[in-house]
Design a protein around this ligand. Structure first.
Ligand code: PLP
Length: 393
């Protein structure tokens, strides 16, 4: 297993050993309930509070603005449902989102629609970008929330979040961003960008699975979706996942410490793959924006061979390389066209055939070069490029 190449960091990242060490809460000695008043409880509370501070630094937020959840999915649900549960049952109102959000947002929108909320899905261009003018035109007097993701999980495109948030605030509406893919990789400072809520997830930044957070700007009113003992400012009842929170805190600390250098390193590796592909596989084309994209994220198609993407993925896996054909959460729909690519204007055949290559902290140039060799062989072993005419993208 050791010489396998893991290039699927948008699905999840390996736990950093320093994160794992921090979660081994001195071999089980810290086990208290953070709500208990005794020494054991206070010990656990101290760890949770310290980690809350580290997670807050990811966004330049204040620790009291961080609500821990069990996942990025739950943070997204809390943001959307939390706004629409605040009264107004007789007039549920309107929200604006994009057509390419993660299912954690889109499925929550469907639920809201069943409950009377009207939802506008903004289109995206061929790179997956939302046009700020389209957002400006979509507001209605009853718009209560805008939610646009900071970075797309399938194609890696970064949205102009600062501009979208500014337009939203001009309309005095709340702005949420699902930053699960970008937090800790691309800066987002809540003191400069007027976002009201930001979703995060530890397992995308070399932290543990099953722990996420929602940044909620001081003064923003939300209703909980989970009721109970009133933990997390009453917004997320349940005894805290202390080890998970501590791991998230360490992962945040590590990400903040070298975000700039690590992003530059990943961009170099990404561009090395792209340059290699151009040399050896001229049918390869980049999907998503050429530079407004996550540092370690590549999404590529192979013209005329799109129908072979699952076969390609499996043969890469056999050769020791883990990549994705789209987003891991839809692996069971792997042979269906991606709704993200369809929204970007791809025809259904091309929208089925993507290879997502996403890099992380422990990847090296040596791995990139080996990957290029393996990929070239695997693509050349597929059926020859079919003559396929009639598509524009
Ligand atoms: N939002 C985006 C953009 C994601 O990529 C993901 C996970 O892939 C999620 C939300 C869900 O996060 P989690 O796996 O922590 O529930």
């Amino acid at each position: 297993m050791t010489d396998r190449i893991y290039f699927d960091h948008s699905a999840t990242t390996p736990l950093d050993p320093r994160v794992a060490a921090s979660m081994d809460l001195p071999h089980g000695e810290v086990f208290g309930n953070p709500s208990s008043l005794h020494f054991e409880g206070r010990q656990a509370r101290e760890l949770v509070d310290r980690a809350r501070g580290y997670v807050a630094t990811l966004l330049g937020a204040s620790p009291s603005e961080i609500v821990f959840t069990a996942s990025g999915t739950e943070a997204d649900n809390l943001a959307l449902l939390g706004v629409f549960r605040c009264g107004k049952e007789d007039a549920p109102g309107h929200m604006i989102t994009s057509a390419i959000e993660h299912p954690a947002i889109l499925e929550t929108c469907r639920f809201l629609e069943h409950n009377g909320v009207q939802v506008t899905y903004l289109p995206v261009d061929e790179y997956g970008l939302v046009d700020p003018d389209d957002l400006a035109k979509a507001f209605r007097p009853d718009t209560r929330l805008v939610s646009v993701m900071a970075a797309n999980n399938v194609v890696g495109t970064l949205q102009p979040i600062a501009e979208l948030a500014r337009i939203t605030k001009e309309h005095d509406v709340l702005f949420h961003t699902d930053a699960v893919q970008s937090v800790g990789k691309v800066p987002l400072d809540v003191n400069r960008v007027p976002v009201d809520m930001v979703s995060m997830s530890a397992h995308k930044l070399h932290g543990p699975k099953g722990i996420g957070a929602l940044y909620v700007r001081a003064g923003v009113r939300l209703q909980p979706v989970i009721f109970g003992g009133g933990q997390e400012h009453g917004l997320r009842s349940a005894t805290e996942n202390v080890a998970g929170i501590v791991g998230f805190g360490t992962a945040a600390q590590l990400a903040v410490a070298d975000m700039g250098d690590e992003a530059a390193r990943l961009v170099q590796l990404r561009e090395r793959i792209l340059a290699g592909l151009r040399e050896t596989l001229p049918q390869a084309y980049l999907i998503g924006h050429p530079f407004k994209r996550l540092p370690g994220h590549l999404c590529v198609g192979f013209a005329g061979q799109e129908g072979e993407s699952i076969r390609l993925l499996l043969s890469l896996d056999e050769a020791g390389v883990a990549v994705s054909s789209g987003s891991a959460c839809s692996a069971h729909k792997a042979s269906e066209p991606s709704y993200v690519l369809l929204a970007m204007g791809f025809d259904p055949i091309r929208a089925r055939g993507t290879l997502r290559v996403t890099l992380g902290r422990f990847n090296t140039k040596v791995e990139v070069d080996r990957f290029l060799q393996i990929l070239t062989q695997a693509v050349n072993a597929l059926r020859p490029v079919a003559s396929y005419a009639g598509f524009t993208r």
